[in-house]
Design a protein around this ligand. Structure first.
Ligand SMILES: Nc1nc2c(ncn2[C@@H]2O[C@H](COP(=O)(O)OP(=O)(O)OP(=O)(O)O)[C@@H](O)[C@H]2O)c(=O)[nH]1
Length: 598
């Protein structure tokens, strides 16, 4: 098909504004799936994604649409992940398109994440088609939302499509708008091959399936291709398109979106954003925008049962086959034994990996509190990067420390501005800007330490604004901070896995809270357990877990057997996630206690 009949587009939306539902409707309308095949939300494929109702990885699908002009079009929908952890993936998916549907909930209006993604799309010169969704809701205010889009983004909304992905209103109009407004891709068949990788997944039979958008030239089986970031060469075995199941075709030409398989063993060789070219006739320059993604958040993962160590390694290796952004290396903790230090793109990514390890690989894990990467400038002139608080050198060896900062955007109704300001200040935030989005909503910009965001900023933001605030952030660089290591001692022994890095001025307060919190979490044992918080050699807080007095079952008066059984089961359940640390049994929650402090 000539490029004039191809349209490549994405959908940009805030979480829950209806992206997946709309994608399903588009598939259904164009007959990409028969009603029987139609399974709800095909684009969110991973089981976890479905359960959590959020899109984690990008996916693609090809739709055939006969427009009102009588012509037949090939529409490639590239889905984008809807979470701040995956901004880079979003930017690569957008780079593969010429246009985007901007889906905004008619009852909610623009949110922080929508805005961030629209700016990304504008950076890539995409044609943006505004879609006001959920107009079936009684609380829908399409006119207000249109106004908001014009005010905040500066987009013309006079021909915005009003839709209900739920009831099917506006679906044909959306397809027509894609054909009419999104420009066809440009590209030249005779030029050397350049194709952008925007996603990939591992298939145990075919090897890695790279999701690509061909810019110039063509790619077909039998060809030798080169990955420009790694210079590795592979023989193409199959190419095809997403219908949404994979369907082989003879070749992928300019402007087309599809997949390439080339007996590639590891997704590390098909990095998102990399350029595929022909090994025999390579392009001189790769496509712009490639970046090797680096983890932002680290945590320790330890098997509760130390004999599971090798299983954990296996599981991490398997997950890594499919996820080039997951990194891990062996680590030993005095408290927890053998485990791995793992790096993630963000907290959601961390949660998802943890959950998959437990669910799909049947592992019971202890996870330590997440940490960012600190830059430590030592007195001997060396600069080291620390992603594990217990590795921080002593104060005498440190000249100064830098920590990562982010530029955070919060959108919130007027009434909550005070609450957001108070919270942000408490989190060491530096106020940057405040703008009215409309008469009742405000956009606040803050400069905040990333470590505070991963602690509990988001949870607190949600609770202090009754769920109304939305947040987006991007890394803005490193900045010097007065940081110290807060150690926790149980029964007189420091527990390395409980150490955290905190701001000097908050060390005492955090130490006290943490000791108090741990007192509530660590179960009574046969002996008394002192809990101490210390900075350097100085103990700043102390609590005690009293010794257990009687058998727990003594509490069950009479012979209520079901109650007894329940209690025993509860204990067993609790046991699963306990780790013997020295003489003390410590439950999983203890390692996360720092994240949940009020
Ligand atoms: N009333 C109404 N509800 C809708 C409409 N579109 C979607 N929903 C509902 O809104 C919720 C979120 O929809 P999704 O399609 O999962 O949202 P999403 O934007 O894909 O969310 P992410 O996958 O997290 O990005 C679901 O409960 C949908 O049933 C609509 O037009 N009207």
């Amino acid at each position: 098909m000539d490029t004039g009949h191809i349209r490549n587009f994405s959908i940009i939306a805030h979480i829950d504004h209806g992206k997946s539902t709309l994608a399903d409707r588009l598939l259904e309308y164009t007959g990409a799936l028969s009603a029987r095949e139609m399974e709800d939300q095909v684009l969110d494929q991973m089981e976890l994604e479905r359960e959590r109702g959020i899109t984690i990885k990008a996916q693609a699908v090809r739709l055939s649409y006969t427009a009102k002009d009588g012509e037949s079009y090939m529409l490639n929908l590239i889905d984008t992940p809807g979470h701040v952890d995956f901004t880079y993936e979003v930017s690569r998916s957008l780079a593969a398109c010429e246009g985007a549907l901007l889906v905004v909930d008619a009852a909610q209006g623009i949110e922080a994440q929508t805005l961030a993604n629209v700016y990304l799309a504008l950076e890539h010169d995409l044609e943006i088609v505004p879609v006001i969704n959920k107009i079936d809701l009684p609380s829908a205010e399409p006119e207000r939302v249109k106004h908001e889009i014009e005010e905040v983004i500066g987009l013309d909304t006079s021909d915005a499509v009003l839709s209900s992905a739920k009831t099917g209103i506006g679906i044909e109009e959306i397809l027509e708008a894609i054909v009419k407004k999104v420009p066809p891709p440009k590209g030249n068949m005779d030029e050397p091959l350049s194709a952008l990788i925007f996603d990939s997944h591992f298939d145990s039979y075919k090897g890695v399936i790279a999701y690509v958008r061909v810019m110039n030239g063509c790619i077909k089986p039998g060809m030798k291709i080169k990955m420009m970031a790694t210079n590795k060469i592979f023989d193409v075995t199959e190419v095809g398109v997403f219908k949404p199941y994979l369907a082989n075709i003879d070749q992928l030409g300019p402007g087309q979106v599809g997949f390439v398989a080339a007996s590639i063993k590891n997704v590390k060789d098909t990095r998102v954003g990399d350029t595929i070219t022909s090994a025999d006739r390579p392009v001189k320059e790769p496509l712009p925008g490639y970046r090797k993604i680096t983890p932002m958040v680290y945590c320790g993962l330890y098997p509760v049962d130390s004999s599971d160590y090798e299983n954990l390694r296996d599981a991490l290796e398997k997950l890594q086959l499919n996820d080039a952004s997951l990194v891990f290396e062996p680590e030993t903790s005095i408290a927890l034994g053998f485990g791995f230090r793992c790096g993630f793109l963000g907290l959601l990514h961390m949660d998802v990996i943890q959950e998959r390890l437990e669910r799909e690989y049947n592992l019971t894990l202890i996870t330590t509190a997440p940490s960012v990467i600190y830059r430590v400038f030592r007195t001997d002139g060396e600069v080291i990067e620390i992603e594990n608080p217990s590795k921080l050198p002593t104060t005498q060896e440190i000249e100064y420390i830098e920590e990562p900062y982010v530029r955070a955007t919060v959108m919130v109704p007027n009434d909550f501005v005070g609450a957001v300001m108070e919270l942000s200040q408490d989190k060491r935030g530096e106020f940057k800007d405040m703008k009215y989005v409309d008469t009742n909503r405000v956009m606040l910009t803050y400069h905040l330490p990333l470590s505070e965001i991963i602690f509990d900023y988001f949870d607190k933001l949600k609770s202090s604004t009754r769920g109304y605030a939305s947040l987006d952030y991007e890394l803005s660089g490193y900045q010097t901070s007065a940081l110290v290591k807060l150690d926790i001692l149980l029964n007189g022994d420091p527990v390395d896995a409980l150490s955290v890095i905190v701001h000097k001025d908050r060390a005492t307060q955090r130490g006290r809270l943490l000791a108090e919190k741990l007192k509530g979490i660590i179960p009574k044992q046969m002996f008394e357990i002192p809990i101490q918080a210390a900075v350097g050699n100085k103990v700043i807080a102390r609590e005690t877990v009293r010794a257990m007095r009687k058998d727990v079952l003594a509490k069950c008066y009479g012979g209520d057997i079901t109650r007894k059984r329940k209690l025993l089961e509860k204990q067993k359940e609790g046991k699963k996630r306990m780790k013997q640390v020295g003489s003390v049994e410590v439950p999983q929650e203890a390692f996360m206690a720092i994240l949940k402090m009020d």
